[in-house]
Design a protein. Structure first.
Length: 179
């Protein structure tokens, strides 16, 4: 097979990151319409990611956030985005470069993208999803904020297995409200 001298894989990655940027720009300008919401998984150990130390300690490699009802000051740039989120009733600013994205999904329309993250040290590769941070009305009412906390409230199924120390894979569908 001939070597790809044009770099098609890089072109595709750039195009997919542009889709994420445009979706985030629209959400930042006009809010999220209808039932749209975003699950964004990113590398916390990417050199250009900026998150509070306490979150970095809890999620040393990757983290999933959900942008749905409660997010503030969503701003995009050519290289990444900033967003303010509430963690345990404390407002925090996250700065996430597009190059740190692992996945972007909008489950309301069954849309998702998966990215290749190129960090100098490939030893970071992980087979488990660290956690999903649920950012809806439940958080402000003192509800669970991570997959682990959600799983602790579930007695059966995959989430229950996670809470009991079983499988480390939790499907996000386990926590969808329309189930």
């Amino acid at each position: 097979m001939t070597e790809d001298l044009l770099g098609y894989n890089e072109m595709v990655e750039t195009a997919m990151r542009t889709v994420v940027r445009e979706a985030l720009e629209r959400a930042g300008d006009d809010g999220l319409p209808g039932e749209h919401h975003f699950y964004i998984t990113f590398r916390t150990d990417h050199p250009d990611t900026s998150i509070p130390d306490r979150l970095k300690e809890r999620y040393p490699e990757e983290m999933t956030i959900v942008l749905q009802h409660q997010y503030w000051n969503l701003e995009t740039s050519d290289v990444g985005f900033n967003v303010d989120l509430s963690f345990n009733h404390k407002m925090e600013t996250l700065r996430i470069p597009y190059d740190a994205l692992i996945t972007f999904a909008d489950p309301s329309v069954n849309f998702g993208l998966q990215f290749h993250v190129d960090i100098d040290d490939d030893s970071w590769a992980s087979e488990e999803l660290e956690a999903a941070v649920e950012l809806d009305a439940d958080i402000e009412s003192g509800g669970p904020t991570t997959v682990e906390e959600l799983a602790a409230e579930t007695s059966e199924g995959e989430a229950g297995d996670k809470a009991k120390g079983g499988d480390n894979v939790v499907t996000l569908d386990s926590f969808r409200k329309d189930k």
